[in-house]
Ligand binder design. Structure first.
Ligand code: UT7
Length: 315
């Protein structure tokens, strides 16, 4: 059995303070609850309120994850934050998280791979733990999507939400943690999705939804099959598949293609919308207590770039 690195000690999440339902959007956009829920599966999402930002969400999720793990921030020796919506180009969100949780002085960096960001960052965390460069990693995915989306544009404004998820990973004894990763990117497909900097109203997020939808429906099951095959894992050994949450229809299509029961695929897009790099770690608090040691979790990300990534994790 392959050694695994990155035993989960605790998880946490934080969400924008304002709940925005489809009905709320009906009042301000030419849209309907029926269109949004049937085309995307989204019922509501969270937007930041006054004083909240990508940074405050990342800090709050991290504090909760550390508290859940029962370890102090000072015990962490590396912080990685996947995000595309740091309100400032510098310093990194990870640096500010370190300061806020009592881990100032340790390595801290942001990683940008759009909606595949958390799955990418997990691979860096796994490699740092496997190499012994780090012994305990605080891994965060945080995005304030309302800072780059035109919320008055019905084609994108209904899709996204603000949130952050964090997980504390220990090097462990080799029995639990990341076993394998897949990473990919293809800049030839960059025109399919772009966004300016946070607050840059001139270049709000644009996407060719149909093309990215097709790409995701093809790539997501392919990655799951590939990572299971090359590690000799059967679908029964996989307790959960946690995909990036862009659209419930993408997740349902993947479940059909993979011939796995839909319950195996974790869904939060109905409650949180598309939270980009936060969407995968936002799932952990919902499943953590029921995780069965020895079984596997596969996380799958896909996003602008285009980028894609998957992780195989032994519980
Ligand atoms: O997160 C990382 C990357 N992103 C993704 O993975 C996104 C993947 N794509 C998707 O999830 C879907 O393509 C969307 C949810 C973005 C769009 O759904 P769709 O079924 O592909 O719809 P569409 O863009 O083809 O639009 C269909 C129709 C259009 O009207 P016509 O041209 O057929 O008359 C749109 O104008 O729906 C219209 N429409 C809306 N109607 C009501 C678009 N947005 C809305 C809306 N309310 N909010």
């Amino acid at each position: 059995m392959n050694r695994a690195y990155g035993k989960m000690l605790g998880v946490g999440r934080a969400l924008g303070g304002r709940v925005v339902t489809n009905r709320d959007l009906e009042a301000v956009l030419d849209t309907s609850d029926e269109w949004i829920s049937t085309r995307t599966g989204i019922r509501e999402r969270r937007f930041v309120t006054e004083g909240e930002s990508c940074v405050t969400l990342a800090v709050e999720a991290s504090r909760r994850a550390l508290e859940h793990a029962g370890v102090p921030g000072s015990s962490v020796d590396l912080i990685i934050c996947a995000t595309s919506t740091n309100p400032e180009s510098m310093p990194s969100v990870a640096c500010l998280v370190g300061e806020a949780v009592g881990a100032a002085g340790v390595g801290a960096m942001d990683l940008s791979a759009a909606c595949a960001g958390f799955a990418y960052a997990a691979s860096v965390a796994g490699a740092m733990l496997a190499s012994g460069v780090a012994n305990r990693v605080l891994l965060v995915g945080a995005d304030e999507m309302t800072s780059i989306v035109d919320v008055k544009d019905r084609s994108t404004g209904i899709l996204f939400g603000d949130g952050a998820g964090a997980v504390v990973l220990d090097r462990g004894d080799g029995s639990s943690g990341f076993v394998d990763h897949i990473l990919g990117a293809d800049g030839r497909m960059a025109p399919l999705g772009r966004a300016g900097h946070p607050g840059d109203g001139r270049r709000p997020l644009y996407q060719n939804g149909r093309e990215i939808f097709r790409f995701a429906v093809r790539m997501f099951p392919e990655m799951v099959e590939k990572i299971m095959a090359r590690n000799g894992i059967s679908p029964d050994e996989v307790q959960y598949i946690i995909p990036h949450q862009a659209n419930a229809r993408i997740i349902q299509a993947a479940a059909r293609k993979l011939e796995v029961p839909e319950e195996k695929l974790v869904v939060n897009v109905d409650r949180f919308g598309n939270t980009s790099a936060a969407s995968i770690p936002l799932s952990y608090p919902d499943i953590y207590d029921g995780l069965e040691p020895g079984r596997y979790i596969i996380t799958v990300g896909f996003g602008f770039g285009l980028t894609w990534a998957a992780n195989l994790y032994r519980i």
